[in-house]
Design a protein around this ligand. Sequence first.
Ligand code: TXA
Ligand code: MG
Length: 325
Amino acid sequence: MWSGPTEVAEAVARLRAGGLVAFPTETVYGLGADALNAAAVRRVFDVKGRPSTNPLIVHVTGPEMARTVAAEWPREAEQLAAAFWPGPLTLVLPRRRVVPDEVTGGGSTVAVRCPDHRLTLDLLEAFGGPLVGPSANPSGRISPTTAAHVREAFTPEQVYVLDGGPCTGGIESTVVKLGDPVRVLREGLITPEAIASVLGRMPERGSSSATHTLESPGQLASHYAPVTSTLLVDVSEVASRLAEVPRGVVLSHRPVDVSPPHRLLPMPTDARAYASALYAAMREADRLGADCILIVRPEAAGTPEERSVWNAVVDRLTRAATPGS
Ligand code: TXA
Ligand code: MG
């Protein structure tokens, strides 16, 4: 059942006491804490098991609150916020000193975003200040898209959970670093094409180069990963891969023959619908306790905009399938 004003009031009390509150957004659930309380932020790292060098996104009600943590608010930030906030776009800007080092990983920048979910906007307004919010999952694992996913990972003592229903977007926000050039550090549902239509120039796509990893330390190769060993395959490889294991699970957006004891979890053929369904499907695949998960690699097809959404999806699939998770 959706949380209401009573739960929001309880959440605010927990946050004021330095506690942790999971909140819904349009992308995935976030693990919230008072962004200006260093001890509360350290608790977020503790319960997630997150490396302290990986900085957190600060959630705000809009540009006004963003400027309390960002030292600069250039015209391009104003333009992007006007176009996409509330929404799945995170802006990386020079930080103010008031932001604890714990939030920024000790770096000189801070990441800000205004989430598009009524319940969480109510929470931010009632709390009256910025909240950190990494995805509410143990570090390296699949991001939660329902309140139940969060409750599976944390005890009620550790984390108070606000339930705002399933997340519609399904993958984490696009992270953009402003400056020259503007760079996409993490792909998401706000595409480079959409950003270019506002700024009048195409942002650079982040690569998996060493500099990129340093710039957005969260972009470790292995991430968003199921426990079951996971492979990204072509549709033509499915039969031979399944022949190698007693029981496999296949996630496919294309027709493919899968017979018992193997299982097929059909995926949507539309890029945004695929993104929305992805993490819940990976969790279901994991729950089936098979010997392996095979994910049929989507080909980036369609309009440039659709191709960019597929690229964001394939980015998450590649991380889910990286060995050594
Ligand atoms: O959709 C989302 O962004 C979700 C919801 C809850 O808002 N949050 C989320 O947070 O995905 P997290 O902590 O799982 O991912 C934050 C990403 C990481 O890749 C991190 O490295 C990057 O943002 N990041 C945070 N601060 C940064 C900074 N100052 N400079 C560069 N990258 C930063
Ligand atoms: Mg995360």
